[in-house]
Design a protein around this ligand. Structure first.
Ligand code: 3PY
Ligand code: MG
Length: 267
């Protein structure tokens, strides 16, 4: 394989533990702030937000040059969805609801230029609007990451075949949909979901693929559990969750200071 410049794809192929986070706020300023926080990669969630292809481009501009690899969680496993996210400059794609090896092959084909796949060539932001066309056409297949999401019972049943698909660089668990698929939405610590996660991790170890998890509420226990479980793509929190937690914690500081002051006065 050619030399790979993408630190993110290199880490995936080496199965090095990396820490990322998840972006849902459709605002380039928020993306700048998040990208300055030191995470190695940031997933931009296009599936469950109002982020579209226009705002994705703005977010990518906001993140540019700040050291975090931008990964697009596309809305669906669709050739044009994947092509447009990569053309706009995402370094990789996270593809939701991959439940069969054929679906995994479809995701890889969409992300790779011929002869590996069916990505269309064009002048686009990813090749500086054609200025770097030749270089990008030569290197893009090596630099572009494809991570598929396991979010269903069927995906867990097929995990060995999915993880074995050439071009799948990693497998990533969507804990909310996965728990939903077992009939217990949100109960991500239920033994049924924990056991499904263990099956996915073990299959990825066998297939020598990276394996990731979104830790939606990154408490110290949850972060330690993800790392001890063997996840290598450790995705911590969501910008909306950080905002909520920071806002509540800061208000609580003031309420606690006021309470102390009132107690002292009443004494
Ligand atoms: C899930 O938990 O299902 C996800 O896709 C993360 O948002
Ligand atoms: Mg999901």
């Amino acid at each position: 394989m050619a030399m790979i410049d993408s630190a993110f794809r290199k880490a995936l192929l080496q199965r090095r533990v990396t820490i990322g986070t998840w972006l849902q706020i459709n605002n380039a300023t928020a993306a700048e702030v998040l990208a300055n926080a030191g995470y190695e990669w940031i997933v931009i969630d296009i599936e469950h937000t109002d982020i579209d292809i226009t705002s994705l481009t703005d977010l990518l501009r906001g993140m540019y040059g700040r050291g975090a690899a931008p990964i697009a969680r596309v809305a669906s496993n669709d050739v044009l969805e994947i092509r447009r996210a990569l053309d706009m400059g995402a370094e990789g794609v996270l593809v939701p609801f991959v439940s069969t090896p054929d679906q995994a092959r479809q995701a890889v084909a969409a992300a790779k230029y011929p002869p590996l796949g069916v990505r269309g060539f064009s002048f686009c932001r990813a090749n500086n609007w054609g200025v770097d066309f030749a270089e990008n056409a030569r290197s893009a297949n090596d630099e572009t990451s494809v991570v598929v999401m396991i979010e269903s019972k069927e995906g867990v049943e097929n995990i060995d075949a999915i993880a074995a698909v050439a071009g799948v660089d990693g497998v990533f668990i969507g804990p909310y949909d996965l728990s939903g698929s077992y009939g217990i939405p949100g109960q991500t610590q239920d033994p049924v979901v924990r056991n499904a996660c263990r099956r996915v991790i073990e299959a990825c170890v066998r297939a020598e693929k990276s394996v990731g998890l979104l830790v939606v509420m990154p408490t110290p226990e949850a972060v330690a559990q993800a790392i001890n479980d063997g996840f290598t793509l450790v995705c911590l929190g969501i910008d909306t969750v950080f905002l909520d937690q920071g806002a509540r914690a800061t208000r609580a500081l003031a309420l606690s200071a006021l309470e102390k002051m009132e107690n002292a006065r009443d004494r």
